[in-house]
Design a protein around this ligand. Structure first.
Ligand code: SRM
Ligand code: SF4
Length: 584
C-alpha cells in the first residue's frame, strides 16, 4: 500500500500582503493588484447566495436559530451550491497566480468545497484533495475507467483511488488548481463529483449484478440512473437539494440478498412483487444510519410505492426532510431523528402532501418458502442470459492505482461488454463474459492480484480509508486490514467465509456493525502507554434478516502481536476455525 504523504503546508486565514482585497463568491481573497475586475458583494448577492434561499420560513428559523449547528451557519452565510459554481473560477485564479492558497477562506476550502466533491485532506496531505464521485449503481464503462486513470496518473505516488462502501470511487491527490479540468473530464464521460459530500444525497446504490442477475425482481440501473439525473441535475448539481439538514443515503434493493443494505440507509426501497397483479413495487424503509452517538437500523415507513411513484416520492421526501428536518445538534440531524420526532405516519403524510395528495398502497407482505443465504458475487457465475457469465474479483480493501483502471477497461472490453460494476464490499465485477472467453480471461495477470477466488477472509474484507488520509481516523485501516487477514489465513483453516469490516473511527464508514467481525479504531494502552487500537464488534448479519454487530471488546492494541492473536481466538471460538497443522 502506498504512502501518499507530502510535506506539511498549513493554510492560514486571509493573509494577503496587499492591503486591498476583493471578495469573490467563494470567499476567495484576491489581491486587488492581481485580480480581474470583480464586483464587491451587495446585500442582494448575499441573500441570493445564502443557503436559506430554498428554505421555507420555519426551516429558515431553524437554520438561523442560536442553537443551529456550525454547518448551518456556514450554509446561511453562503450555500454549498456556490462551491460548484465557483470551483472553476477558483482553480483558474490559482493557476494564473491571481490568488494564493494562503488567501483562501478555510470554510470554503475545508467545508463548502465538499459540495463540489472536493475533500481537502488538510490534516494528512495538506493542499491535496480527495475527490468523491457519483457512480449510480456502481456501474462504469471503459471510457470512464480510462478517464479515471488519466485523472490520477499525474499525481505520481500521491495519486490513487478507492472503491468505497457505497460502491463509488474516490480519487486522491487532486489539487484545487486541477479540479476544473478533472470536473470537466468527468462530465465528458458522464460522471460527476457534485453533491457527493456534506448535506446532500450520497451515491445511489443498488444490485451490483443488476441486469444479469437470475434472481432479481427488477433491474435497478435505469431506476438509479433516472434518480441520479433528477436529484443532481444530470451531474451539474441541483441547488434545491444542496441544503438538507444532513447527508442522506438512498438505495434500491432488488433481491433477497439486499446487496445495498437497506437496513443501514436513510431511505431503502425494497423491490417486491405484488401478489394481486404481479407488478414489482417498493416497500419503503427509512432511518437507518451510523454515527458516533447512535447506530440504528431502518424501520418500515408503512407504505409501498409504484415504479411511477419512485422518483416523485424521493423528490418529495427530500423536500420534507429539507423543510422540516432538525438543524440543531449535528449529532441529531439524520433522517431518523426527524421521523421519530414527528412519527412515521406524519412523515408519510407529509410526503403525500408534498406530492399533491398522493396515495400510497400499504406495504406488500412477502412470503418466501425457506431461507435465503446472501450470495457471494465474487468468482465466476452464470448470468440469466444463457452462455454469459459475470466474474467477480477481490480488490483488497478497495485500493486502486491508475494502472488498475486501465486494466479494468482493457479486460472489460476484451472479454466482457466493456463495463464493470463495483460493489459496496469494495470489489469489481466484469459482466457479459461469454463461456468461451473465460479461460483466457482468468489467465490475465490482473487476477493474480485481484483474485477471483480469494481466501475465506480476504473475500469478505471491507475497510474505510482510515488515518492514512482521513483526519478523523483513530487507526490505520486498509494496509493493516489486508496484512492481518493474510496472516490469519496463513495460520487458520476456516469452515466458511467470515466478513471482517475495518473502520478507523466511530463514524463507521467501514460499517463495523455490518461485519461478522467489526474493528473500529479506538484508543488502547500497551505497557501503560497510549497506542492505536480497536474496539471489536461481533455478530453483524446482512441479507434478509439483518442485525447490527454488538461491541465485544475494547482497547485492543493495533500492533500485530496483540491484534492477530485476539482475532485468532475469536475466529476459533465463534467461527469454528482451526489452527493449520504445519507439516514437520
Ligand atoms: Fe463516511 C465522514 C469516508 C461511507 C458515515 N466519511 C466521512 C469523511 C468524509 C470524513 C472526512 O471528511 O474525512 C471520510 C472521508 C475519508 C477519505 O479521505 O476517504 C469518509 N465514508 C467514507 C468512505 C470513503 C469510506 C470507505 O472507505 O469506503 C465511504 C464513502 C461513501 C461514498 O461513496 O459516498 C463512506 N460513511 C460511509 C458510511 C457507510 C455507508 O454509507 O453505508 C457511513 C455509515 C452509514 C451512514 O452514513 O449512516 C459513513 N462518514 C460517516 C459519518 C457519520 C455520519 C453521521 O451521521 O454522523 C461521517 C462524519 C460526518 O458526516 O460528519 C463520515
Ligand atoms: Fe474516516 Fe472514520 Fe470514516 Fe474511517 S470511519 S473514513 S476514519 S471518518
Amino acid at each position: 500500500m502506498q504512502s501518499q504523504m507530502q510535506p506539511s503546508r498549513q493554510l492560514t486565514r486571509r493573509t494577503c500582503a496587499h492591503s486591498s482585497t476583493v471578495r469573490l463568491g467563494l470567499n476567495v481573497q484576491v489581491c486587488a493588484a492581481a485580480a480581474p475586475a470583480a464586483p464587491a458583494q451587495s446585500s442582494g448577492d448575499i441573500s441570493e447566495h445564502s443557503g436559506l434561499k430554498h428554505l421555507p420560513e420555519a426551516a429558515r428559523a431553524r437554520a438561523l436559530d442560536r442553537k443551529a449547528n456550525k454547518f448551518e451557519k456556514v450554509k446561511v452565510e453562503k450555500c454549498g451550491s456556490r462551491a460548484w459554481t465557483d470551483v472553476f473560477e477558483l482553480s483558474q485564479l490559482l493557476k494564473e497566480g491571481k490568488t494564493k492558497w494562503e488567501d483562501l477562506d478555510l470554510d470554503d476550502v475545508d467545508i463548502r468545497m465538499k459540495w463540489a466533491g472536493l475533500f481537502h485532506r488538510g490534516k494528512r496531505t495538506p493542499g491535496k484533495f480527495m475527490m468523491r464521485l457519483k457512480v449510480p449503481n456502481g456501474e462504469m464503462d471503459a471510457k470512464q475507467l480510462r478517464f479515471l486513470a488519466t485523472a490520477i496518473a499525474p499525481y505520481g505516488t500521491d495519486g490513487c483511488a478507492d472503491i468505497t462502501t457505497r460502491a463509488n470511487i474516490q480519487l486522491r491527490g487532486v489539487t484545487l488548481e486541477d479540479s476544473d479540468s478533472v470536473i470537466r473530464g468527468l462530465w465528458a464521460v458522464g460522471l460527476t463529483s457534485f453533491q457527493s459530500g456534506m448535506d446532500s444525497v450520497r451515491n445511489l446504490t443498488g444490485n451490483p449484478i443488476a441486469g444479469v442477475d437470475p434472481h432479481e425482481l427488477i433491474d435497478t440501473r435505469p431506476l438509479l440512473r433516472d434518480m441520479e439525473a433528477m436529484l443532481f441535475n444530470n451531474g451539474k448539481g441541483r441547488e434545491e437539494f444542496a441544503n438538507l439538514p444532513r447527508k442522506l443515503n438512498i438505495c434500491i434493493s432488488s433481491t433477497r440478498d439486499d446487496f445495498p443494505h437497506t437496513h443501514i440507509n436513510d431511505v431503502g426501497f425494497e423491490a417486491v412483487r405484488r401478489p394481486d397483479d404481479g407488478e414489482v413495487v417498493f416497500n419503503v424503509v427509512v432511518g437507518g444510519f451510523f454515527s458516533i452517538k447512535r447506530n440504528v437500523m431502518s424501520i418500515p415507513l408503512g407504505c409501498s410505492v409504484t415504479q411511477a411513484q419512485l422518483l416523485p416520492f424521493t423528490e418529495a421526501l427530500l423536500r420534507v426532510f429539507r423543510d422540516h428536518g432538525p438543524r440543531g445538534d449535528r449529532q441529531q440531524t439524520r433522517l431518523m431523528w426527524m421521523v421519530e420526532a414527528i412519527g412515521v405516519d406524519k412523515f408519510r403524510q407529509l410526503i403525500a402532501e408534498y406530492m399533491g395528495g398522493a396515495e400510497f398502497a400499504p406495504p406488500v407482505h412477502v412470503h418466501h418458502d425457506g431461507p435465503w443465504e446472501r450470495r457471494d458475487v465474487l468468482g465466476v457465475h452464470l448470468q440469466k442470459q444463457p452462455g454469459l457469465n459475470w466474474v467477480g474479483a477481490c480488490v483488497p480493501a478497495g485500493r486502486l492505482q491508475a494502472a488498475d483502471f486501465e486494466e479494468f477497461a482493457r479486460i472489460a472490453e476484451t472479454y466482457g461488454d466493456g463495463t464493470v460494476r463495483i460493489t459496496c464490499e469494495e470489489n469489481v465485477l466484469f459482466v457479459n463474459v461469454p463461456d468461451a472467453k473465460l479461460p483466457a480471461m482468468l489467465g490475465e495477470p490482473l487476477f493474480q492480484r485481484f483474485k477471483v477466488n480469494p481466501g475465506l477472509l480476504l473475500r469478505g474484507l471491507v475497510s474505510c480509508t482510515g488515518n492514512q488520509f482521513c483526519g478523523f481516523g483513530l487507526a490505520e485501516t486498509k494496509a493493516r486490514a489486508v496484512q492481518v487477514v493474510e496472516m490469519l489465513e496463513e495460520q487458520l483453516e476456516l469452515p466458511r467465509p467470515v466478513r471482517i469490516h475495518f473502520t478507523g473511527c466511530p463514524n463507521s464508514c467501514g460499517q463495523a456493525q455490518v461485519g461478522d467481525i467489526g474493528l473500529m479504531g479506538a484508543p488502547a494502552k500497551l505497557d501503560g502507554k497510549a497506542v492505536e487500537g480497536y474496539k471489536i464488534f461481533l455478530g453483524g448479519k446482512i441479507g434478509e434478516n439483518p442485525e447490527l454487530a454488538k461491541e465485544f471488546a475494547q482497547g485492543v492494541p493495533a500492533v500485530e502481536s496483540h491484534l492477530v492473536p485476539k482475532l485468532k481466538e475469536i475466529l476459533i471460538r465463534e467461527f469454528g476455525a482451526k489452527e493449520k497443522v504445519v507439516a514437520a
